[in-house]
Design a protein around this ligand. Sequence first.
Ligand SMILES: Cc1cc2nc3c(=O)[nH]c(=O)nc-3n(C[C@H](O)[C@H](O)[C@H](O)COP(=O)(O)OP(=O)(O)OC[C@H]3O[C@@H](n4cnc5c(N)ncnc54)[C@H](O)[C@@H]3O)c2cc1C
Length: 457
Amino acid sequence: MLKEEVSRELRDIVGGQDYLDSPEDLVNYSYDAYLPEARPDAVLLPRSTEQVASIMRIAHRESIAVTPRGAGTNIVGGTVPMRGGIVLCFTRMNRILEIHPEDRYAVVQPGVVNAQLQSAVARFGLFYPPDPASLNVSTIGGNVAENAGGPRAVKYGVTRDYLLGLSVVLADGRIIQTGGRTTKNVTGYDLTALFCGSEGTLGLITEIVVRLICKPEAQRSIQAIFSDLDGAGQAVSKIMAAGIVPVALELMDSTVIRLIEESQKVGLPVEAEGLLLIQVDGSEENVMGEAQKVAAFCQENGAREVRVSKDPKDEELLWFARRSAFGVMARARPNCIVEDVTVPVSKLPAMVRSIVALAKARGVTVGVLAHAGDGNMHPLILFDRRDPQEWKKVESFTRDLFEKAVEFGGTLSGEHGIGMAKHEFLPMVMNQETRELIRQLKACLDPKGILNPGKFV
Ligand SMILES: Cc1cc2nc3c(=O)[nH]c(=O)nc-3n(C[C@H](O)[C@H](O)[C@H](O)COP(=O)(O)OP(=O)(O)OC[C@H]3O[C@@H](n4cnc5c(N)ncnc54)[C@H](O)[C@@H]3O)c2cc1C
């Protein structure tokens, strides 16, 4: 519970309509897209950097826990206010402040939704590539804090690659600026990179300068159906080795294909073992040639059916199934955990086989979705949390999964972060000294440990 006079001070900063503490509101901000829940004492929806700084000065003085929140779509428990206190939600700081086509950058507030930024810059013929599957709801602030990626990461990289600078409010209310507005900038330590992926534990991001690139002239997608998952894996290796850099190279296994088809009726063959969805882009004259080369690699490696998109509408249709995958899987059982591990690309086919075998051994239902072009995969675990036996199996499966990924030279997360979900597994990939340095950095920026406590660090 916040002290009466403290809650009055906080209410005065944001105004009554942006201070929530009714039981209904507190429930709404007590969970995200992972499993656990915890109630905050109050939810504040600031509208400016100055308001955020004033809130933090009070939180610091009173040692109140502060959990930053964008759209709450993270899948690692990153926005669950485990120690109560304040949820600081950025959805009302949702303005695109500047777009500079000539210098190719934009300045945005953290609550801007990713898809809104993408369409705003597209009007100037510009392109903001990071495209998490949650792009229609997730915020740029959340994307920066998680260093979010998406299918296009194979060619265009992740959120970090499009950051020029940030405004950040530190735990004690000081406001700092990192980076700047130029493409080249090596003045001092790369603090922008430090805050990117810090999951709300080091500072509150209140303004973001993003780098933009020119929108490619044309794109084509290729859908290839395989009776055998190994063939799909070989096709991926061949495409990557041929020097083609696809925008996206996505893989789905039989469980995902079957569940999508049962729910969406998009004409996917339910008996197929694997599906590749590959996108290429570039100039109008080159793009069709590349699409045909990709189609040929798929056929040579056992694809029984290959389709190349003819126009933008066709393109949308091919991607519809992939985009609906998470939602479809989540509806299939009472609970769904979207896991996120990455291995070197060459180990991807072996890792997919291992996941299928581990799931069978543990008796757990798992579908595999993978950003195959960058070795990042999302096993989707379907279960009923109310059944303790089933939950035990899920826990053993996830531990096996992480051990296997690390054994293949991989890591615990490719794009979703650590949050509460993977905290205990960090020693698998970081030695004692590295974890100690992270704790020291955290202590330097947040000595009272009030920023998103219990997550990651
Ligand atoms: C259906 C679905 C599909 C998804 N697909 C992808 C995908 O393809 N790729 C991918 O990378 N992720 C994906 N995600 C995960 C999630 O959408 C991303 O992590 C996204 O970046 C979170 O944005 P958000 O606005 O929801 O942030 P939130 O979930 O609200 O917050 C995420 C983290 O950032 C912190 N935070 C939020 N705003 C700020 C701020 N302004 N300053 C400091 N810290 C802040 C929070 O404390 C939390 O730790 C998916 C999630 C779902 C549900």
